[in-house]
Ligand binder design. Structure first.
Ligand SMILES: [Zn+2]
Length: 456
């Protein structure tokens, strides 16, 4: 059965198939901005992405899926954070990247095949902006910035229907400059491709044909998906909060630069509510994984709780839902332990089919537990493991580590993993030694690693 998924652009359910003749499915997610710990609302989106990645691997084979997720490591927020802390931007973003990776590993996410950074792709972004300028889709302003001219792209607004929405109220896209804008764009809906240097940027700037400055946020996804996946990708996903303007702007930049369809399929997961309310700093409900751990909850329980709601519906998260998740995981563990290698029946096909049908996770979990109640007799352990792989539920008992990982340990772990991936064994060994000196050990797995206090 093929995977069928709602497409935010066509507003229809469509089957997922690789468009290119090489049979490789090209999958791009917008990643985090690395200036603080990700919260459970961010993780909801990443759990949904990971579920998709796993279903794609089951459907097309692990070698026929190419998954790219970017890291936004330069923007207003990262620069402000580095300035406030009086530290170099790269030091701050590296630490938060390492923290993000540690959280992702704890939540059992498969690593993307490529995780490009905005600062690592400055020339690619400049090339794209220059091409847009040559083709009449961009213009410079006095302050050394470059803006995308929204009026030059008739397809603008197809994803978000922003034209219908805004023209009715006579604002953003009416063609009149909005006088309250501090910048010099020609039209209120135009957006920055390149931001001319300002004193607040400190030593964060790059040379460009337009003078020193830094890329705008939207262009990084267009440039990095082009470099690592080509002009056209099969599936682009993100949280619904990115649909407008970010994804609308990505389409405009990519299609005006490349002259072809940017993404065949768009998928957006919905917001997470906490105790029935929107998440916000002032309500103090932006839980991070570490905060939940300190309350005694496991990452596996969080993953389960985030899977319990349909990804395209708002999900109300409560701490109680983590207790329910723990119970469910205990039932799954007991069932798995009762399975023998001689079982041959696969009662889980309907649950897998529910996942493949627009990621209907609540239905899939319902079907899974109906099967559990029928008992383990004769059930194939391989079939059970396949469904658990799709859900990404790791049934090993949670290890309760009371010791939070210090940032310097997280960074060393990150550097050692990079060295190992680059087959730089001498450096990897040196960094393992540095970790040991701090009293930590690093456990390698096929797809990632974990850091644990060394046993005394
Ligand atoms: Zn993006």
């Amino acid at each position: 059965m093929p995977i069928r998924l709602f497409d935010s652009l066509s507003r229809d359910y469509r089957e997922l198939r690789p468009a290119q003749p090489d049979g490789v499915y090209r999958f791009y997610n917008c990643g985090p901005t690395v200036y603080a710990a990700a919260h459970i609302g961010n993780f909801r989106t990443f759990v949904v992405n990971d579920l998709l990645r796993r279903l794609l691997e089951l459907e097309f084979g692990p070698d026929n899926v190419r998954h790219v997720r970017n890291l936004t490591d330069v923007d207003d927020k990262t620069i402000r954070r580095a300035r406030e802390e009086g530290r170099p931007l790269a030091t701050v973003t590296q630490e938060w990247t390492a923290k993000f990776h540690a959280d992702c590993a704890a939540l059992n996410f498969l690593r993307p095949h490529v995780e490009p950074t905005a600062t690592g792709h400055i020339p690619e972004q400049i090339d794209m902006i220059a091409a847009l300028e040559r083709r009449g889709h961009a213009y410079r302003t006095e302050d050394g910035s470059v803006y995308f001219k929204v009026a030059s792209f008739p397809g603008y607004g197809a994803l978000s229907r922003v034209k219908e929405r805004e023209l009715r109220t006579g604002s953003a896209l009416s063609g009149k400059p909005q006088t309250h804008d501090a910048d010099e764009k020609e039209d209120g809906s135009d957006f920055a491709l390149w931001k001319g240097y300002k004193a607040d940027d400190g030593d964060t700037f790059w040379p460009s044909p337009w003078g020193r400055g830094r890329p705008g946020w939207h262009i990084e996804c267009s440039a990095m998906s082009k470099k690592h996946l080509g002009d056209t990708i099969d599936l682009h996903t993100g949280g619904v909060d990115l649909l407008f303007p970010h994804h609308e702007n990505e389409i405009a930049q990519s299609q005006c630069c490349n002259g072809t369809t940017f993404a065949h399929h768009w998928y957006h997961s919905e917001h997470l509510l906490v105790d029935g309310k929107k998440m916000s700093k002032s309500l103090g409900n932006l839980y991070t994984l570490d905060q939940l751990r300190e309350m005694g909850h496991s990452p596996a329980a969080l993953r389960y709780a985030l899977l319990a709601g349909h990804p395209r519906k708002q999900l109300n998260f409560t701490l109680d839902s983590l207790h329910a998740a723990d119970k469910a995981l205990a039932q799954l563990r007991a069932f798995r332990a009762a399975l023998t290698s001689s079982g041959t029946t696969d009662p889980f096909a309907p649950a897998l089919a529910a996942l493949q049908d627009d990621l209907n996770t609540p239905h899939a979990l319902g079907l899974l537990f109906t099967t559990l109640h029928a008992g383990p007799f004769g059930v194939s352990s391989a079939a059970f493991d396949r469904l658990l792989f799709a859900l990404g539920l790791d049934l090993t008992e949670p290890v309760k580590t009371a010791t939070p990982t210090p940032p310097e340990v997280t960074v060393l772990g990150e550097q050692r993993w990079a060295a190992k991936t680059a087959k730089n064994w001498a450096e990897a060994d040196r960094l393992r030694g540095a970790l040991a000196a701090l009293g930590w050990s690093m456990l390698d797995r096929k797809d990632g690693y974990s850091l644990e206090p060394a046993k005394k």
